[in-house]
Design a protein around this ligand. Structure first.
Ligand SMILES: *Cc1c(COP(=O)(O)O)cnc(C)c1O
Length: 395
């Protein structure tokens, strides 16, 4: 099988004898009972060859882990209670006092906030680098650099970085940490559909399963996938020590979402591109940021490395519109709801103050609004945007 939509539906699952249902069963447990003391002592919880305690995995979570590994083209997967928990898990598994982590300046904001607070308090240094400038990453790599975060595209501003070029800079770095440098990609946008994280050089791929794999805007979960057994062991052991379990009902929701994920990704991709092209022609708008749009930062790299694009786009209004008027535009939208997260069935929007979340220079003066395109009819979404734009006047 070569197509991920087929693979996710026909993925190995052994139902109980005589009960050949399509969905995987939902197993719930804290306690798992052992037949004998010898069995209790022998049960191998480090290698997932047996069940020991609900916190450390059930048949339901092991099935979901196997499917997410397949989706990403990886080998090992560990689930975490949210996408952010998966990011923090990678940090906690790999970093110790005196180490340094490098994070793209345009990364998902809470990845940076975790470094500023918890990692700094634990004696772990951090720096932000410009993901669109491999030379900036080269200049910031140091003898204590242990982990480099990657994200494609950047959060909110959607610049698409040259991941192979960034990975090449890391590989060429002469003063490596004694344990080596690990690259971890936040792959929530690509989601295992737009590109293969490992083929582009990532050692670890993290996803917020909250977004596409769930698709329902009804569950929070994250995953950490790798092809390296050694890296998986670091992550898995830390995961056990900090007690990051996920609930069986939540795992069931993500398993359910996975079978329609490739279709949803394609539909939302197509709708987002239609709206991006239309928005680019509207007189109130200075720029539309979407990696598949010619002229958007990193477009050529996106074209080289990706086969699809996710449902996110951002618009920058002409500077003549003050923030209050842009806020009014968002308030007037009816189908687009105001809220965080993305890749669910309902279209969303939120204004962002980019200079407040970046240290690298930002070229635009106007206000930015980010959209997540849902599964509504694209003509209805366009009409909604048109009515809210029509109400904007020059002040
Ligand atoms: C949403 C998101 C996360 C965090 O996921 P949660 O499940 O909401 O914690 C991490 N990275 C990116 C790029 C995201 O969009």
């Amino acid at each position: 099988m070569s197509n991920i939509s087929t693979e996710l539906i026909h993925h190995a699952y052994q139902p109980p004898d005589g009960f050949e249902a399509i969905p995987a069963a939902v197993h719930k447990a804290s306690t798992v009972i052992f037949p004998t003391v010898a069995a209790l002592r022998q049960r191998d919880w480090k290698h997932k060859t047996g069940y020991t305690y609900g916190l450390h995995g059930t048949p339901t979570t092991f099935t979901l882990e196997a499917r997410i590994a397949t989706l990403e083209g990886g080998t090992y997967c560990t689930l975490a209670p949210s996408g952010l928990a998966a990011v923090a898990l990678v940090d906690m598994a790999l970093l110790k006092a005196g180490d340094e982590v490098l994070i793209p300046d345009n990364a998902y904001g809470p990845n940076k906030t975790f470094a500023q607070h918890e990692l700094a308090a634990w004696g772990i240094r951090f720096q932000y680098y410009d993901a669109m400038a491999p030379a900036d990453l080269a200049a910031k790599l140091g003898a204590r650099t242990r982990l480099v975060w990657l994200e494609a595209p950047g959060s909110i501003t959607l610049e698409f970085p040259d991941l192979p070029a960034l990975v090449a800079v890391i590989k060429a770095h002469p003063h490596a940490h004694p344990d080596g440098i690990v690259t971890a990609l936040d792959n929530t946008w690509g989601a295992g559909i737009a590109f293969n994280a490992f083929a582009l050089g990532a050692d670890i791929s993290v996803q917020a399963l909250t977004k596409y794999p769930s698709g329902g805007a009804d569950v929070l979960m994250g995953s950490v996938v790798t092809r390296s057994e050694a890296l998986h062991r670091w992550v898995h052991m830390c995961h056990m020590r900090i007690g990051y379990g996920v609930g069986a009902n939540d795992a069931e929701l993500v398993l359910r979402g996975l079978s329609s994920m490739a279709l949803r990704y394609a539909a939302q991709d197509s709708a987002a591109r239609t709206l991006a092209l239309w928005l680019a022609q509207q007189p109130q708008i200075e720029a539309v940021l979407h990696p598949a749009l010619a002229g958007s930062p990193g477009h050529a790299v996106w074209q080289r490395d990706c086969s699809a694009a996710a449902c996110l786009l951002s618009i920058v209004f002409k500077p003549v519109y003050p923030q209050a008027q842009v806020d009014g535009f968002c308030d007037k939208l009816q189908l687009f709801k105001l809220g965080y997260s993305w890749a669910g069935p309902m279209s969303l929007c939120a204004p962002y103050d980019v200079p407040a979340i970046r240290s690298t220079p930002w070229v635009y003066k106007g206000a930015l609004v980010r959209f997540s395109i849902g599964l509504e009819a694209v003509a209805d979404l366009q009409a909604d945007l048109a009515q809210a734009l029509a109400l904007m006047q020059y002040s």
